[in-house]
Design a protein around this ligand. Sequence first.
Ligand SMILES: Nc1ncnc2c1ncn2[C@@H]1O[C@H](COP(=O)(O)OP(=O)(O)O)[C@@H](O)[C@H]1O
Ligand SMILES: O=P(O)(O)OC[C@H]1O[C@@H](O)[C@H](O)[C@@H](O)[C@@H]1O
Length: 506
Amino acid sequence: MGRMGVTLAIIGAAATCAIAAHLVAKRVRQRANWSRALAIYHDFRDGCATPLHRLRQVVDAMVVEMHAGLALEGGSKLKMLLSYVDNLPTGEENGLFYALDLGGTNFRVLRVQLAGTEGRILQQEYEEVSIPQALMVGSNEELFDFIVAELASFITREGEGFHPLLGRQRELGFTFSFPVKQTSIDSGNLLKWTKGFAIKETVGKDVVEELQAAMGRHKLDMRVTALVVNDTVGTLAGGRYWNEDVMVAVILGTGSNACYVERADAIPKWRGVLPKSGSTVINMEWGSFWSSHLPRTPVDDTLDADSLNPGDQGFEKLISGMYLGDIVRRILLKMAEEAALFGNTVPSNLFIPFILRTPDVSAMHADESADLKEVTRVLRVVFKTQASLRVRKIVVDVCDTVAGRAARLVAAGVVGILKKIGRDTVGNIDMARLKNNLAGKGRKTVVAMDGGLYEHYPKFRTYLNDTAVELLGKEAAEQVAVELSKDGSGIGAALLAASHSQYSSD
Ligand SMILES: Nc1ncnc2c1ncn2[C@@H]1O[C@H](COP(=O)(O)OP(=O)(O)O)[C@@H](O)[C@H]1O
Ligand SMILES: O=P(O)(O)OC[C@H]1O[C@@H](O)[C@H](O)[C@@H](O)[C@@H]1O
């Protein structure tokens, strides 16, 4: 072989070595990145852990905070707000009633024709309207004018079978799913906005007055006869209309909250005459619950710091639909930045808050396909990226960790409420039966659930129900039913409008 040949051979050998070295270095780097990604995930998973002993501490903390919130105003982060709903629907309600349910993502207008215990609900119609994001942070008047304009248009389309009695005003139940300091069954002042709303001028105002003023501007002759401080109270009322064993209602939607039936004589902060019924509905506003036993990670800290209401709604930010998607995004972003989870360039969409929504999380979590097709789709559509099968598997693990923590914490919250009302152990339940506070043998304490997260996330429901059984024990758990109670916040508000109608004495 001539000099040229030797030279070429040496160059070839050197090039081969260089390529081999590059490939080895790349493989070493990939291996190092992968173990870093696993370490980040395992650290996050450990930080989210909800072992039974920790959940029991959360249960007890919930009970302590409930007592503190009932003892005096401001006694706890849990507001334990009076709802002035001392009479829940009985099924005897009659006539045409409207409901307006303002939630975190959309609002619903609804009409229902009631016909007493015989006819029950003859007919109902409703429409759902998405709330333009700009109106959530616009002016007070713009928000209420938008709502009343939709309501007025819905009324013009009253169909067959819906007939207000001659000479009577149409009456409305107003479900307002934000913390309100209720001052009577048909008045209450907004304490603060939550979720995506932040209209400063509304805070402190009576939201019924604001709605009635907008009705005046639109010449809409209608009366709000019941302010339903939020969808949990509406859901409880809707549930109780069909089943007298409904004692608790929980919403898992954009936000989260719970309410329950409390004995009026167990509310030290109650001022004035106790209700004849001897009980009332407490709107817990449990989203603001906080305990050092809650498993919180640095990802949760940064989500809170970046939110519209830092330091507030700590429990809600761990469990509700608005936030689960963004928790998953934040941990994936950390793995992408520190361990090149999606390659050396971090996909730009991973930096966008709330771009990953909880419906996307439940879709990936539900993916049972061998090659995780749904995960591939979500990564492509939301983050404009792709990933190997092993990366897609860890994405599903992250979804499972975030949803599992949320569901188990909700179960602990529910068991805390059951403990507060003495429905958490067989002994307590038997005592309740003895005192005839609980309907006959075989009847259960019912927890009415609603909200898009609970309704549309089967694995979340399974985690929640299984954890409740773990905490209560099998025997006591058989005395409790956790049931989906659809759209109670709409029907419930209409039923409460009926049970507080200005004509009810007629
Ligand atoms: N398929 C789904 N999987 C998981 N969560 C869902 C799904 N669909 C909706 N959600 C959650 O439910 C929330 C809407 O809840 P909903 O009760 O319908 O409205 P609102 O919160 O306005 O009362 C959404 O913000 C979302 O977080
Ligand atoms: O049904 P939504 O809109 O998710 O609301 C649930 C809860 O969201 C919380 O943020 C509000 O403070 C509660 O009042 C409300 O009940």
